[in-house]
Design a binder for this molecule. Sequence first.
Ligand code: FES
Length: 325
Amino acid sequence: MRFADQWTSSTVTAIRDLAPSIREIVLQPDTPMPSWRPGSHINVSLLIDGQPQTRSYSLVGVRPEGELRIAVRLADDSRGGSRAMWALRPGARIEISHPISLFEIDWSRRDYCLIAGGIGVTPMLGIAAALSRKNATLTMHYAVKSHREAVLRDELVDLLGDRLRLHASDEGARLDLDATFRALPADAVAVLCGPLRMLDAARQAWSDAGRAACDLCFETFGSSGRLPTSEFRVRVKASGAEILVPKDRSMLDALNAAGYEVIADCRRGECGVCAIDVAAVEGEIDHRDVFFSADQRTGNTKMCPCVSRAQGIVTVDTLYRADRV
Ligand code: FES
């Protein structure tokens, strides 16, 4: 995995709502971006509650003249990122990173199965277009709560025709991952972007179908968990201090704001750089990363505070030094 470290200024050139809670934002970078792989995302620098923070958004297809298109879902449990993005207006200036891809896709295969869950459709448009250009055999499954939320559907239909399968759960048309994976040719690759619950189900179904783990490529959203997002407390083992993690803030930010320095990189639960030792749990940890294995998550000895949360109190071991607090 690589993470972007080059930034440039950009201007918001257009905004439109694709659905009641999904907004498309077009950005024009001040300087041309290097070429980027389908499925790439950019990091966006935002000031949230006076603190500089970054959020990641997938690039939606390819735009003319070097423009970049992203789509932002206004999250009910926003930690401030989607609210800040929705507050942008045309002409706004914003710092963005160079595009970077975390998908490890083997582009040399013959058969592909693309799976998008909700706003996870955004990187899939570019991936589907690239595979179509290569004349690869592909089917895309797009799972949404309702047809109304199926953003980018028209573009996908234009691109894929009947190779696009829409699964709207309000119509009872749920995606059957077991049947889908079992029906794939032996050397097929699956590429998934969706919430953590979907990824967990896909990993299980992929394994049950006897397929190689490396043939399932994925990205997920750090904000999706198994438990409702609520405030919780972190106790620092060395000092005994207790820090409140509000509903709209990450544990990483809460620890850093309180002076307990925790380093981070991706802030998406993917790299493991922020991983922190857990000494005790009074309640339950909601692991929202994709870095740890299922067994490691069950063990509850470490967690990624950039995305993972808890209910109750989590006691952690940080690189605490009294002179820093
Ligand atoms: S910073 Fe990458 S997993 Fe937390």
